[in-house]
Design a binder for this molecule. Structure first.
Ligand code: TYM
Length: 370
């Protein structure tokens, strides 16, 4: 109850809560933001700058946000159940440590709300196989597999269900998720045109600039990724200071020693400038002016120091939350209850639209009551 009132008050006081968007099929639905993250080990700076920092900002502006720890998505490749359990709790502690406040944002574990898989099945019945086989993430993740799990193939349908289950209007994500959001839009349109207007068409919110696709430190042509086998390709939010310094020192740049921002021609050094700009909250051109007398080798140490300092309080908060498992489970339980309140209402509507549920006529009701 306390959480409900805090959240209501927080939204009421916010001007953004009343904002509207004149985009397709959105205006008649209340603005609602949904996003998710897989609990597959420590998050890296790409996840943080591309998604989590955005969630925290939107939350603190008073937006209506629902966040899912997408445990079902993380089972689409072989997984260890014990590790998954640990990862779910670690992800909860990490999100809290990064500033997600469960009195303002609904934070829950995907598999505890059955409507996701129920609506996913319904969407799977209108989605075609060729459409899924063309998605780049599927191609990328399945290319080295001899036997491709069905779950990996239908992963984006479950993601669409995550979003549509809450009638979300906006989805803040990094650039790599854009195609999945486009599929969610298509499925919403298909469902609406076959069964009547039910879902808003969800729109991706992508952070500006380079943060939407932070690059690997070892190969700036690739995005920073959890699945990169080389741990030196990324900075994880819980990395020790010495590892952060080592990885940034080893970051691949180019043969020009000056520090200039040019993401097309100089992606490596520009990636470092983007990170530096984020953690210091300084504009890119000011940074470039300030460090004009340093070479890239010296500049890497400045970036590393700034990142270590930025992450220090976040790491302290994560350790604090990790020490209280009961609190983490309580946060997830409350989140599940709040998410279920919305999802069960929408699932009932979907069941009616699809002919899965019978309407009880008034007369029959009277009869049964004698
Ligand atoms: P996941 O867990 O891979 O990543 C979580 C978020 O981090 C963003 N991200 C990046 N942003 C910038 N630069 C990078 N290098 C980078 N790497 C990752 C991702 O874009 C994402 O926003 N399928 C999703 C989880 C999910 C979801 C959803 C998202 C499940 N259901 C519904 C939105 C809506 C995923 O695997 O994210």
């Amino acid at each position: 109850m306390k959480i409900f009132w805090n959240r209501t008050l927080h939204r009421f006081c916010s001007t953004k809560y009343f904002s509207t968007h004149a985009t397709e099929s959105i205006s008649k639905y209340p603005r609602r933001i949904f996003s998710g993250i897989q609990p597959t080990g420590a998050i890296h700076l790409g996840n943080y700058l591309g998604a989590i920092a955005q969630w925290v900002k939107l939350q603190n502006e008073g937006e209506n946000i629902i966040l899912s720890i997408a445990d079902l998505h993380s089972m689409t490749l072989p997984h260890d159940p014990k590790k998954l359990r640990t990862n779910i709790l670690e992800m909860t502690a990490t999100l809290l440590g990064c500033g997600i406040d469960p009195t303002k944002t609904v934070l829950f574990q995907q598999s505890t709300v059955p409507e996701h898989t129920q609506i996913s099945w319904c969407l799977g019945c209108i989605c075609t196989m060729p459409r899924l086989s063309h998605l780049p993430q599927y191609k990328e993740k399945s290319k080295d597999l001899k036997d491709i799990p069905l779950g990996l193939f239908i992963y984006p349908v479950l993601q669409a269900a995550d979003i549509l289950t809450y009638k979300a209007t906006h989805v803040p994500v990094g650039e790599d998720q854009v195609q999945q959001i486009q599929l969610s839009q298509e499925l919403a349109r298909m469902f609406n045109s076959r069964f009547g207007d039910t879902f808003p068409i969800p729109h991706a919110i992508i952070t500006g600039s380079e943060y939407a696709r932070l690059r690997s430190l070892r190969d700036p042509a690739k995005k920073m990724s959890k699945s990169d086998p080389d741990p030196k390709s990324r900075i994880c939010i819980t990395d020790k200071p010495e590892d952060i310094v080592r990885n940034i020192k080893k970051a691949v740049t180019d043969f020009t020693s000056q520090v200039t921002f040019d993401p097309e021609e100089r992606p490596g050094v520009s990636n470092l400038i983007s990170i530096h700009s984020f953690v210091t909250n300084e504009p890119v051109d000011k940074i470039c002016r300030d460090v004009q007398n340093f070479n890239t080798g010296q500049y890497k140490l400045i970036v590393a120091d700034a990142v270590v300092e930025y992450l220090r309080p976040i790491q302290e908060r994560i350790s604090h939350y990790l020490s209280d498992e009961r609190h983490l489970l309580e946060v997830l339980k409350n989140g599940q209850e709040e998410a279920s309140e919305i999802s069960s209402k929408h699932w009932e509507e979907v069941q009616h639209k699809l002919g899965l549920k019978f309407k009880i006529r008034k007369q029959e009701k009277i009869k049964t009551h004698g």
